[in-house]
Design a protein around this ligand. Structure first.
Ligand SMILES: Cc1cc2nc3c(=O)[nH]c(=O)nc-3n(C[C@H](O)[C@H](O)[C@H](O)COP(=O)(O)O)c2cc1C
Length: 404
């Protein structure tokens, strides 16, 4: 049975939802699933835009067959050769051997590396800005290297205004029947999974995202649909989405808020984190969130850090080092280029307390523009009664800094 939705006249979403995959890229949990989007234009020439993960191939093939309704496939545009989008290409080619493949030079190199067998006379190699006529539609191409692979490009159908944006503007979360951004309450139901996808997968490439946003700006008037390879199709409210991307790509927080992340074995560091959270809330600070680093997948922590302006790192000492899960979180922040945040540190230890110094050194030496607030709290095993004042001071410092 086909599962197809119309994007606009003659253009169909023929993608597939996946609720079975536990870990996207075998690393990021996706409890709400993911969609692999593929699109089919049925016109004077029939054009397929990207394919789907191997896992989802059978459903996509049924969808293609239904839309083509006995006609042949003329072209396949591959914007991105990552296997969750290109893996099913070989099967499509076997079913529709006359189809020509439109891609860029780097993409075809990758295709060869991944073992695709594509006849030379089937390849149409495009350069940035080329216009290719496919029947009554004209396609043009913008390259967006490292968002998030080197060959990635977007294709704009100049005839109907559909931008096939590859992984840009993509999101975790299965569509489950919905297709358009205006069919959901995006800010409530989708933005967190969108942010988690973007920040963890292409967070590192903020400057590259800025470049493609700049390149695409003059074309904005012509874009009527943004069709990413994961998540919803956008047909309204582009400003909302672009604003979010501007923040993420510039490493600017979306809101004033405090993310308290603690790493604790016996609960004493945790107690300090919770006490600080309660004091902040009592002072009227909004957007306070607390996370146990041991029990929260790091992709959620990264997403929260991109969203908020302030971070509290509370860690016990472990073999003269930072507690391993906290160290991993720091390394991940560094790898994803997190920067420009205000940070407070709480340390704990029972005989040689080192975690505070080490966290501060990491923030100063390994990351960019991370401002460490002065009032570090040091706990010798368990918070002493007299330390309440220190917590009050820290809460006040954070509040003042949020106001600045
Ligand atoms: C394997 C292991 C290594 C530790 N290494 C250190 C250390 O190097 N320096 C130190 O002061 N405390 C060390 N500790 C003790 C804890 O950091 C300390 O008891 C701390 O108060 C625990 O905080 P928590 O209650 O939040 O887990 C270690 C504990 C364990 C189990």
């Amino acid at each position: 049975m086909h599962i197809v939705r119309e994007v606009t006249d003659h253009l169909y979403w023929i993608g597939v939802n996946d609720h079975r995959l536990a870990l996207f890229e075998n690393i990021h949990p996706i409890p709400e699933g993911v969609s692999y989007n593929s699109y089919l234009l049925k016109g004077e020439k029939n054009v397929l835009f990207d394919t789907v993960d191997w896992e989802a191939c059978r459903q996509m093939m049924e969808n293609i067959e239904y839309v083509l309704d006995g006609e042949d496939l003329d072209y396949i545009v591959i914007n991105h050769w990552e296997p969750d989008h290109a893996a099913s290409l070989q099967v499509v080619l076997e079913a529709y051997p006359n189809a020509k493949i439109i891609g860029n030079q780097k993409g075809f190199q990758l295709a060869e590396q991944f073992g695709f067998k594509i006849d030379e006379d089937k390849k149409i190699v495009v350069n940035e800005g080329d216009v290719v006529e496919v029947g009554d539609h004209s396609l043009t191409f913008l390259f967006m290297p490292m968002v998030h692979w080197p060959e990635a490009m977007v294709t704009l159908d100049l005839t109907n205004g559909a931008l096939f944006s590859a992984d840009a503007f993509g999101s975790f979360k299965a569509l489950d029947g919905k297709l358009f951004n205006d069919e959901v309450d995006y800010d409530r139901e989708w933005i967190d999974e969108n942010r988690r996808y973007l920040t963890n997968i292409v967070g590192k490439y903020g400057p590259h995202i800025r470049k493609i946003l700049k390149k695409a700006a003059p074309l904005l008037d012509q874009i009527k649909f943004i069709c990413p390879l994961h998540g919803l199709v956008w047909r309204s409210d582009f400003g909302y989405l672009l604003d979010k991307y501007e923040h993420w790509a510039n490493y600017e927080p979306e809101q004033k808020g405090v993310v308290i992340c603690y790493a604790s074995m016996y609960g004493n560091t945790e107690q300090a984190a919770q006490a600080l959270a309660s004091k902040l809330c009592e002072l009227g600070v909004e957007n306070v969130e607390v996370f146990d680093v041991s029990n929260t997948h790091v992709s959620y922590l990264i997403s929260e850090v991109f969203k908020n302006s302030h971070l509290v790192l509370a860690s016990c000492t472990y073999n003269l080092g930072i507690f391993p899960v906290m160290k991993n979180f720091l390394e991940d922040m560094k790898a994803l280029n997190v920067q420009n945040r205000e940070v407070a540190v709480i340390e704990n230890g029972s005989w040689a307390i080192r975690s505070g110094d080490l966290i501060s050194e990491f923030l100063d030496d390994e990351m960019k523009q991370m401002t460490v607030l002065n009032d570090r709290i040091t706990i010798a095993s368990h918070l002493k009664e007299g330390q309440e004042e220190e917590l009050d001071e820290l809460a006040k410092t954070i509040k003042d800094s949020l106001r600045a």
